[in-house]
Design a protein around this ligand. Structure first.
Ligand SMILES: N[C@@H](CCC(=O)N[C@@H](CS)C(=O)NCC(=O)O)C(=O)O
Length: 193
C-alpha cells in the first residue's frame, strides 16, 4: 500500500504473546494473526486475500500485472510464497534489527533458497525487472520478508538475489519499513535466531 501510494492508518500490535493471547488480537481477527486490513466495517485477514481485495478496490494502482499471462504467473509465485518455504520460514524469522551474519541451516532450508533463486532469476529475465514482474506488484509484497531473510542470514550470493535485493531495499517504502521495525521497543524472543 505504501509503494502504491494508497493511504492507510497503521496500528502496530506487538507479537509478544506466544500463545496469541494478546487481547488486542481478539478485537481485530478471529484467527488472532496479523496482518488484518480494515475498510470501514469490513475486516480482511490472510495476506493474499488482502492483496486481492486491494487490487479490486484500487484498480488504478495496478497491483497485479496488466497482462493476463503475467498476472497468472504473479499469482502463482504469490501463492507459492503463501503455501511453501516452510523450512525457511520456520528456521529464519524475518528480523529488521539483526545484523547480517551467516546461519547454519538445514538441507530443507537450502532447498527453499534454491527454488527462490530459480524463481527470481526467471522472473527478472522474463519481465526485465527491477521487480519480479517489471513494475512493483503484489508478488513483490509477498516476497519482501524473504528479501530480508536471505540478507540477514546471508543465505544466497546468487546474482539475481543481489539484484532484486538492491531494487527492493532501495524503495523509500522499504526504508520506512526498516526504520519502523528498528524503532519498535520490544523484542520477540522466539524470533531472535
Ligand atoms: N496465513 C497468514 C499468516 C499470518 C501470520 O502467521 N502472522 C503472524 C505474523 S507474520 C502472526 O500474526 N503471529 C502472531 C502470533 O502467532 O501470535 C497470512 O498470510 O496472513
Amino acid at each position: 500500500m505504501r509503494v502504491a501510494g494508497i493511504p492507510f492508518d497503521e496500528t502496530v500490535i506487538p507479537l509478544t504473546d506466544i500463545e496469541g493471547e494478546n487481547p488486542q488480537y481478539m478485537d481485530i481477527s478471529p484467527v488472532m494473526r496479523v496482518p488484518v486490513l480494515k475498510d470501514g466495517e469490513l475486516a480482511v485477514w490472510e495476506s493474499l486475500a488482502i492483496l486481492e481485495y486491494l487490487a479490486e478496490r484500487f484498480p488504478e494502482a495496478r497491483l497485479w500485472p496488466a497482462d493476463r499471462k503475467a498476472r497468472a504467473k504473479a499469482r502463482v509465485v504469490a501463492n507459492e510464497m503463501h503455501a511453501s518455504f516452510n523450512a525457511l520460514r520456520g528456521a529464519c524469522p524475518m528480523n529488521m534489527r539483526r545484523e547480517p551474519a551467516p546461519l547454519d541451516v538445514s538441507a530443507a532450508v537450502l532447498k527453499d533458497v534454491a527454488r527462490i533463486e530459480q524463481m527470481w532469476t526467471q522472473c527478472l529475465a522474463e519481465f526485465g525487472g527491477p521487480y519480479l514482474f517489471g513494475p512493483f506488484s503484489n508478488a513483490d509484497a509477498m516476497y519482501a520478508p524473504v528479501v530480508n531473510r536471505l540478507a540477514i542470514y546471508q543465505l544466497s550470493d546468487h546474482p539475481a538475489v543481489q539484484t532484486y535485493t538492491n531494487a527492493m531495499t532501495a524503495l523509500p517504502a522499504w526504508e520506512e519499513w526498516e526504520e519502523a521495525g528498528k524503532a519498535e521497543p520490544w523484542v520477540v524472543p522466539y524470533d531472535e535466531v
